[in-house]
Design a protein around this ligand. Structure first.
Ligand code: 13P
Length: 334
């Protein structure tokens, strides 16, 4: 795998009007989602749910890739077709979550560090053999009183850079995700400052670890007020500050930026992306890599009729993909 191959994959991930569906919830996280709709979290239900999503008709029109979980990349449809084959046939690149989740960062109360570097080279080698073309690692930055600390931002940036370098060594495009959480009472200006500091540290670390930006994708959180902030920003302000923050901190050599939804409503996530794509002369395509904002409506429909006739749920996934695909072009009309 050469740098040109990595570049081709990265560019395909952010092809015009296409984005990523994140279905890489760990078993603990998908259990929370299933609990909310009264579905038991068994291996078979997780498999059936992911089959419903990945076989939604015409999904590949607006979806370039899907991020899977370790269990999912090894699963198949009820007829025995491996999910990776279903995806290849639909023109959807398989991605894989490779971090092992977060743990408390010792010495830094209230802050988290993402784990999973030990043994990562071997795991990446196996995922590449199973058909993965890109990988994802999520770092979490909490905003609160006196946090984030520089120690937290830099430790997470360092881990992201080590992960990204290993991915490229193994022929996988690293999707680097430093998520600044929406939890808290902070206003949008605080989110701007924290996001800018986080991204600056990340790109410094990627440079220091010889990561080729041309074969890397950034998964960013939007610059947005905390969920419990009394003053919520307008769509135009979120778009304006997010674009400004990214322009100030993300090198133009990057092939593309995709956003996480992070707890925004489906409609908000689409409206924000669409508003950002009204800006001219952006150095990179801006698209989506939504989990909840792609799935939540479909999950409810599927839970209501899991027995096999889930056409409505699949239609809903397609509709969300279509709306976000249009927003990636700045052509969504609400
Ligand atoms: P949300 O869009 O639900 O935030 O999930 C995206 C994701 O993959 C977080 O790592």
């Amino acid at each position: 795998m050469s740098i040109e191959d990595l570049e081709d994959i990265a560019q395909a991930m952010v092809a015009p009007g296409k984005g990523i569906i994140a279905i890489d919830e760990s078993n603990a996280t998908i259990k929370k989602r299933f609990d909310s709709v009264g579905v038991e979290c068994t291996e078979e239900n997780r498999r059936a749910y992911r089959e419903m999503l990945l076989t939604a008709p015409n999904l590949g029109q607006h979806i370039s890739g899907a991020i899977l979980y370790d269990e999912t990349i090894r699963q198949a449809t009820r007829d025995g077709v491996p999910f990776t084959k279903v995806m290849a046939d639909a023109g959807i690149l398989p991605g894989i979550k490779v971090d092992k989740g977060t743990a408390a960062l010792a010495g830094c109360p209230g802050e988290l560090i993402t784990e999973g570097l030990d043994g990562l080279r071997g795991r990446l080698e196996e995922y590449a053999r199973l058909g993965a073309r890109f990988a994802k690692w999520r770092a979490v930055i909490n905003i609160g009183e006196d946090i984030p600390t520089g120690t937290c931002i830099e430790s997470n940036a360092h881990a992201l850079a080590r992960y990204a370098a290993l991915c490229q060594e193994q022929g996988l495009v690293p999707m680097v995700e430093p998520e600044v959480l929406m939890d808290g009472v902070h206003d949008i200006e605080v989110c701007y400052d924290v996001t800018e500091a986080t991204l600056r540290a990340l790109f410094t670390a990627l440079y220091e670890h010889n990561v080729m930006l041309e074969g890397t994708i950034l998964k960013a959180s939007m610059v947005i007020a905390g969920k419990d902030c009394e003053e919520q920003a307008e769509v135009e302000d979120v778009a304006d500050l997010t674009v400004r923050c990214l322009r100030a901190s993300v090198p133009a050599a990057l092939p593309g930026i995709v956003f996480l939804s992070g707890g925004q409503s489906d409609e908000q996530a689409t409206a924000h992306l669409n508003a950002m794509n009204q800006y001219e002369d952006l150095p990179w395509p801006l698209s989506f890599s939504y989990g909840r904002a792609m799935q939540s409506a479909a999950l409810k429909l599927w839970a209501a009729d899991m027995s096999g006739n889930y056409a409505k749920a699949q239609q809903m996934v397609f509709e969300r993909a279509r709306a976000n695909g249009l927003a990636a072009l700045g052509e969504w009309e609400g």
